[in-house]
Design a protein around this ligand. Sequence first.
Ligand SMILES: [Fe+2]
Length: 372
Amino acid sequence: MTSTREISQLFCAAQNIDPTLSIKPRSLPRLSSLAIKAGKYNRNRLFKNMAAGKISIFKDFPSPLRTVRQRNLTNPTALILDAFYHSGIQDRIRTKSGKKEVWKYFTISELAEKWQRKKANINVTDLHFRDTPIENVIDSKRLSQFNLYPCSTEHASWLEMMTLVVSSRAGFSDSHSDDSDGSNHCFTGKKLWLAWDTNEGIANGLEDLDRQKITGKCAFDMETYLSLQSACWFTIETGQTLFMPGHLTHKVLTLEPYLGVGSFYLAFPNLLRTLTRWLAHPPNWEKLERKGYRDLLYPDLIKTAVKKLESLQHATENSKLMWGLDYLKYAINTWNRQTANAEKEKLLELGSLDNWSLKFPCSMKSSFVNIP
Ligand SMILES: [Fe+2]
């Protein structure tokens, strides 16, 4: 995507799904300057961006699709649809359907049929597939080998939310923000993402479903969006992988029928940044989970990280690289630079939760020093 003509065409198509994306011709150069393009996979960029809270998009990140040859199916879409039909997932999946966008429940087979018919209006982003036969086809580890969530306790590991994304054309997710940094891999299709810093957006009147009480659609104004310092947009297309920090509100439009996989991650490079953000602006899980949950979650995550850090001191060099351990020092320095003292103090106080006496960031630093 290079020319303003192509960008204009892209946003014209998007406008049919979301009329708020109407763009004035004079605003096209500004819109063009906000585009993020997919690049070649680069481990240095992934972990540095993760530490600094920046977006990474790769066109050749290793696909989580296993190279299995099931029933002679080699096409990724056919493989995934076949996995749906044989998934054994009994739960009915809730999604809006039809022109009137009425909430309905479907079996996974019905969902697959609807998606193939192309005319249906479905947008499922939370189809959990861990411990189902779908894992025979999709390797859930590949997207987040560095992810601490799956190593943590039951209280904490659910935050990973490894899910399939199944959207027909025009599937739309209104402006919202997720608690954790997230990854998205596209097996087939195309989505347009618009993103901006949650706090900057709210201060300027761009609403967020997860932060405010909204009736109807979130307020969004294109000119205001274009004026934000943090505004950016991009498409995620077949074979591409997105890694996005959790401080960004985003709205997402499906331009071509889409099958993908998404999950959330906490890793050594984004650990301090994520915990600090949660302490400054209470995350959604604080609203959803029972009282006292935060007093379980923070120590669980901290203990998981420290234990992993300790075990990695005796691990192979490859393991350390896989966990992004060589970017921990960079992450701590970035966190020190980007974080106000009052917010740092809040994180240090976490050490006293649940009688957990560890001064966490200090421990991270000293542990890092001990790593050869
Ligand atoms: Fe999201």
